[in-house]
Ligand binder design. Structure first.
Ligand code: NAD
Length: 485
């Protein structure tokens, strides 16, 4: 295999795979970012074995040693911020400013968990029995499989790998096929942080093939997954159906997030929230506002203003300075977006703006799509039921706040939900009654802080929350010790 191929990282060694795949720039499909090795199943097994061997060594290091290693990773991400943002924009198509923000977020996550590594505590509780005392402490789970999607190629791996390592676990990381570049760069940074060999392993390649090992191997104690609902179900079935002990698992999946705009909203604020939440990052965010639920009194002003704002969204090469909306990630995602746009039209919605695919930008062949806004839609239309995962949003007109709340909750998903209102009464009610893991009042449904819990309800999530100190629930296991002195 050529030296130009970026290898896997297993047991502290850089290892080529049986074959490799090109990583193509969606802003210009003539540009190949690099060739990345695809690991074999045997290599995935080697990675699990290496992680199992290294985990006790890593767990035996002092909290300060673990903290310092994570801090070094965070610092290196900051040092290489411009280079990594460029790579992220080039391989995933996220506009450069957003890509740079994602690198910063990944760095903040490592820095946060560098602190958390020092704060793993426990409890001493009196017993019901005389002389006995009860001690409760947290221990690492063991070997953790990390499986991630393509849409946040640095931040999502960071928010799984950093807590896994902070609490003394070993990691086998399998990134999405479309974004091996960021995964490889992160592995390169972690490789330089001084962890015992095998504590962190990178295996790139096909999900289904490597999944058979990384989900089924009984030496894996926990699986943290973010991706589509259909793959999430497979992860869950493998975790409980495999031979040997079941694996602990955590799933973050799709969304169909509502943004409610009430009559008393500041309309400019509502438009800004919708524009950002629905279309930034090309709508490829699990927290994107895909249903804009708007009451009668403000509907026409909101729609007219949003269309005017959409006219200013510059679609282009993710690395061009004026670009606000980069390309869709690849041909099959663009096809999916176009299928839903066609379906919306066939179901009777009005395409009020955009929705045209563009084969090139300034002569560069790529997967460009003008953001699309549907109006005159009903809650039962397919475009309002299924996740599209592109720059496509629908307006659903409702008569009042009661109907808005009913429609907002009428979905199998429950990740993020927003309301734009100036009324404290409405804000308090929507905060209480929206069935979502995250509620945004006068803020876009997408865009979250790195140090607080992230996750959803219903079909969006399964298992404990990610991020913030709540991450300890998944990445540790509790031991209760009875001491009779
Ligand atoms: P996907 O489910 O196709 O892939 C996710 C990961 O799973 C990839 O690494 C893939 O290789 C792997 N995979 C695929 N089949 C597998 C198998 N049989 N066994 C093990 N692993 C397998 O998802 P995607 O297209 O990469 O990402 C888009 C989806 O991710 C959307 O549905 C989006 O909503 C969701 N997402 C959710 C969140 C969240 O936190 N809720 C965040 C980002 C993205």
């Amino acid at each position: 295999m050529s030296d130009l191929i970026k290898p896997n990282f297993i047991a502290g060694e850089w290892l080529a795979g049986p074959d490799a795949a090109p990583n193509v720039n969606p802003s210009d499909t003539r540009d190949v970012v690099g060739l990345y090795a695809r690991a074999s199943q045997a290599q995935a097994r080697m990675a699990v074995a290496a992680a199992q061997a290294a985990q006790p060594l890593w767990a035996a290091q002092t909290p300060m040693q673990r903290s310092e290693a994570l801090d070094r990773i965070g610092s290196e991400l900051l040092t290489r911020r411009a280079e990594l943002a460029d790579l992220l924009a080039r391989e995933e198509g996220k506009a450069l400013g957003d890509a740079s923000g994602e690198v910063l977020r990944a760095a903040h996550i490592f820095k946060f968990f560098a602190g958390e590594a020092l704060r793993v505590g426990g409890e001493l509780i009196g017993s019901t029995r005389p002389n006995m005392s009860v001690e409760i402490c947290r221990e690492p789970v063991g070997v953790v499989t990390v499986i991630t999607p393509w849409n946040f190629p640095l931040a999502i791996p960071a928010w799984k790998i950093a807590p896994a390592l902070a609490y003394g676990n070993a990691v086998v990381f399998k990134p999405a096929e479309l974004v091996p570049g960021c995964a490889w760069a992160l592995a390169d940074i972690i490789a330089g942080a001084g962890l015992p060999a095998g504590t962190f392993n990178l295996v790139m390649g096909r999900g289904r093939e490597l999944g058979e090992v990384l989900l089924e191997d009984p030496r894996v104690q926990a699986i943290t997954f973010t991706g589509s609902e259909s793959t999430g179900r497979k992860v869950a079935l493998s975790a409980v159906g495999r031979s040997g002990p079941m694996a602990k698992f955590q799933l973050e999946m799709g969304g169909k997030n509502p943004l409610v705009v009430l009559d008393d909203a500041d309309v400019d604020q509502a438009i800004a929230c919708a524009l950002n939440g629905a279309f930034y990052s090309t709508g490829q965010r699990c927290t994107a506002s895909s249903r804009l639920i708007v009451t009668d009194g403000v509907h026409d002003r909101f729609v007219a203003g949003l269309i005017q704002a959409m006219e200013g969204l510059v679609v282009g090469d993710a690395r061009a300075p004026d670009t606000v909306i980069g390309p869709v990630v690849d041909a099959s995602q663009l096809e999916q977006d176009m299928r839903y746009i066609d379906l919306g039209l066939r179901e009777g919605a009005t395409l009020a703006y955009g929705g045209k695919a563009q084969k090139d930008w300034n002569g560069q062949p790529g997967f460009y799509l003008q953001p699309a806004l549907f109006t005159d839609t009903t809650p039962s239309m397919t475009i309002n039921r299924e996740e599209i995962f592109g720059p496509v949003a629908s307006v659903i007109r409702v008569s009042d706040a009661d109907e808005a709340l009913r429609v907002a909750n009428d979905t199998p998903f429950g990740l993020s939900a927003g309301v734009v209102t100036q009324s404290l009464k409405h804000a308090a009610r929507f905060k209480r009654d929206l069935q979502a893991g995250m509620v945004m009042v006068n803020a876009p449904t997408a865009g979250v802080d790195p140090h607080v819990p992230f996750g959803g309800r219903k079909g969006s999530s399964y298992g404990p929350r990610e991020q913030g100190r709540y991450a300890a629930e998944f990445f540790t296991t509790v031991k209760t010790t009875y001491i009779n002195p």
